[in-house]
Design a protein around this ligand. Sequence first.
Ligand SMILES: CC(=O)N[C@H]1[C@@H](OP(=O)(O)OP(=O)(O)OC[C@H]2O[C@@H](n3ccc(=O)[nH]c3=O)[C@H](O)[C@@H]2O)O[C@H](CO)[C@@H](O)[C@@H]1O
Ligand SMILES: C=C(OP(=O)(O)O)C(=O)O
Length: 430
Amino acid sequence: MNALVIAGGRRLLGEVDVAGSKNSALALMSAVVLAEGTTILHNVPDVSDTRTKAQLLQVFGAKTEWHGSSLHVDCSNLHNGEADEEMVRSIRTSFYLLGPLVARLGRVTLPAPGGCKIGARPVDLHIKGLTLLGARIDLVNGVYSLEADSLLGAEIYLDFPSAGATQHLMTAAALARGITVIQNAAMEPEVTVLADFLNRMGARVEGAGTSTVTIQGMSSLSPCEFRVPSDRLQAGTYMLAGAITGGDVKVKGILPEHQSGLVNKLREAGAEVSEGSDWIRVGATERLKGIRIKTMPYPGFPTDIQQPMAALLTLAEGTSVVEETIYESRIGHVQELNRMGANIIQESRSSIINGVSQLRGTVVVASDLRAGAALVLAGLAADGETIVRNVHFIDRGYERLEETLQGLGGRIVRIPEDELRAKRVGETVL
Ligand SMILES: CC(=O)N[C@H]1[C@@H](OP(=O)(O)OP(=O)(O)OC[C@H]2O[C@@H](n3ccc(=O)[nH]c3=O)[C@H](O)[C@@H]2O)O[C@H](CO)[C@@H](O)[C@@H]1O
Ligand SMILES: C=C(OP(=O)(O)O)C(=O)O
């Protein structure tokens, strides 16, 4: 296990080229199984989730090869396999493989998925949709078994615009006979990226990015080459790094229209934000003001940026209220930020943040991916040294986080936790 050690208090300055999107790459890595032959995904982020997903594909007979950030996946000889429960539980999108694999193989079994522990995260909408597409589904001892002679197009209404269910069902429907219509679909950018990818494979998907997505299923699809777009969540985190350190950070190679929730809220808090066709620059010359945030499905304020944004607001003047409406317990950062001197009171799904003028470095523990990102941001701004433990959570979704932050002038290093234990109380690392 590793920890990140951060010597805070330095303004971050400079430019960041943002890596490929974890969430898009993972959805595409399910869709690749739809086509016989080798699909090539470019710009796949080097994070633990994509490496785990590649291993999972191998369990079902796919051959995977990494060439830098390009992933070649040969799905010519798929077969059933028994996936290790630990592996499946370590990522969320293991589950998105069920639909496309049953479409290709006629039957498949897979343990229930994992992902960040930020709420109950049921899969009922996935199951409801797959059942409507004609799959027979059993759950025994935490393992899902699916069977279908062939999938049939269906009309599916989602009770909540779930990003995962929308993408999973679109993928399965691409090999179903007839037309599938998904109502109350998620409108997240990752849905549109997946539609572009499926269309590149020969499917006919329309309406992605709206609340009604229509998929004309095909009897077969072809492999293709596709570039994963940049990660809007890594980008958002680096924008926040510019703001929380009173620095000036330009994130490049991104689609600014995907950041409108964050950009508007940063401006409301008093940050300086400018943007061009494929970049956004964020800085802060004065202390920010407290604001209200409410997470919502896209295009609302993204839940995945809620925890990093909360870190920023701990230092804003006055009181902020951050309401999490998507997940019932995305609060792992709260207690740890308070250990650093923040003043956050958690009331049900709302964090009431009373701004403090300084955070103090200490040892904190990441409970999940974005809680980890929030603690790193807090550490960059804090007085003294912060040690963030459980870095494996952060590694799920940030490609070479410490190198990127070092490139902006941040003092941050990764060290094995064993080395930390050897230090005397009060002894610093950096
Ligand atoms: C790998 C990936 O892409 N992860 C993202 C994806 O997660 P994920 O796809 O898991 O998130 P969903 O959009 O499905 O979840 C949103 C809400 O719907 C609920 N729900 C979901 C499915 C279901 O069958 N039943 C149900 O009740 C969830 O518990 C949650 O409260 O979208 C989330 C919302 O933008 C992001 O936070 C995650 O980073
Ligand atoms: C919640 C997240 O990921 P996952 O859905 O993969 O757990 C995230 O990326 O913030």
